[in-house]
Design a protein around this ligand. Structure first.
Ligand code: FES
Length: 315
């Protein structure tokens, strides 16, 4: 192949200063991954470049980093594929994490959130303890198969837009891990888990941007499993949180008139009187801009929407 330009983020806490990019040129062979090139840079040009790696087989998850603006595994990202789109390769540390040095980040908050979601099976205490393992059918295992393949690379956390706005958000990795147990036929702590997950920073704080699902190198699909946790919460009558009420209000409005009643939804979602009053000025502004009609009318063909709702309810 040819000479490829790498722009690598550098930050040395010992010398201080802001982070900067440093350029390296690497002779790349056909089939080289980003990690192969990083190893060439470290071995042949600059031993101070710092990054994490271990398995080189997309199994350990330690080499996740931002590559040309998206989080990927360096060991499974081919340089040739990147060059079809980009002229040079930019490497940055994971987002949403404090940087320790160069491409290495501090994962402390990440592991604390994993610990917070009870990352273990809680069997039914009333059931007799089996002589050997607790069995489940292949179909039951299929429910949690995707989440069980997570390699804890934290690519999903790095590209999570909700976490960027609020660092208390549990974030996709911990929530997907929670579904690993909440969705398991052998676990009996659904209620306990969900009671925590519906609180602030939990399942209702995901904005469904699907970035996590898009960047996950193992197709764990965290966003889809967060939605499954929401369904579980609603099926368990956990409907008091703003998020749950927002969903129920949305469904009610569209199911009735075929379109969203923008004026009614926030009032339905928020129960607190003070919070309701604080929304009045926004409502007035919306009304003056013509975005809030005085009377919410059904759309033509609303009966068709109602029929779809009825069918779905029946199922
Ligand atoms: S080095 Fe283990 S996943 Fe890349």
């Amino acid at each position: 192949m040819a000479e490829v330009r790498f722009n690598i983020y550098r930050l040395n806490p010992e010398t201080g200063g802001d982070g900067r990019f440093q350029e390296y040129k690497v002779e790349c062979e056909k089939g080289d991954t980003v990690l192969d090139c990083l190893n060439k840079i470290k071995g042949e040009q600059d031993g101070t470049v710092t990054y994490r790696m271990s398995c080189r087989s997309a199994i350990c998850g330690s080499c996740a980093m931002r590559i040309c603006g998206h989080t990927r595994l360096a060991c499974s990202t081919q340089v040739s594929g990147l060059l079809e789109i980009y002229e040079e390769i930019t490497l940055e540390p994971l987002q949403n994490f404090p940087v320790i040095k160069d491409l290495v980040v501090d994962m402390k908050a990440y592991w604390e959130k994993i610990e917070a979601i009870m990352p273990y099976m809680v069997p039914d205490a009333g059931e007799p303890v089996p002589e050997k393992e607790r069995l489940q059918s292949p179909e039951q295992f299929d429910t949690v198969f995707e989440v069980a393949t997570c390699i804890r690379c934290s690519a999903c956390v790095s590209d999570c837009t909700s976490l960027e706005a609020d660092d208390k958000f549990l974030a996709p990795a911990a929530l997907a891990k929670s579904f690993r147990f909440a969705g398991d036929s052998r676990d009996a702590a659904d209620k306990e888990r969900l009671t925590e997950l519906v609180k602030e920073g939990g399942i209702w704080d995901c904005v469904r941007c699907y970035e996590c699902t898009q960047v996950c190198p193992k197709d764990v699909r965290p966003a889809e499993h967060i939605i499954q946790l929401r369904e579980k919460a609603l099926n368990n009558q956990m409907e008091k949180s703003v998020g749950a009420r927002h969903v129920l209000g949305f469904m009610e409005s569209v199911g009735h008139s075929g379109q969203l009643d923008e004026g009614k939804l926030p009032m339905f979602a928020v129960k607190n009187i003070g919070a309701k009053i604080s929304m009045v000025p926004i409502g007035i502004k919306m009304f003056l801009k013509g975005k809030l009609p005085l009377k919410h009318k059904p759309i033509p063909g609303a009966e068709d929407v109602q029929r779809i709702y009825k069918k779905l309810e029946g199922e």
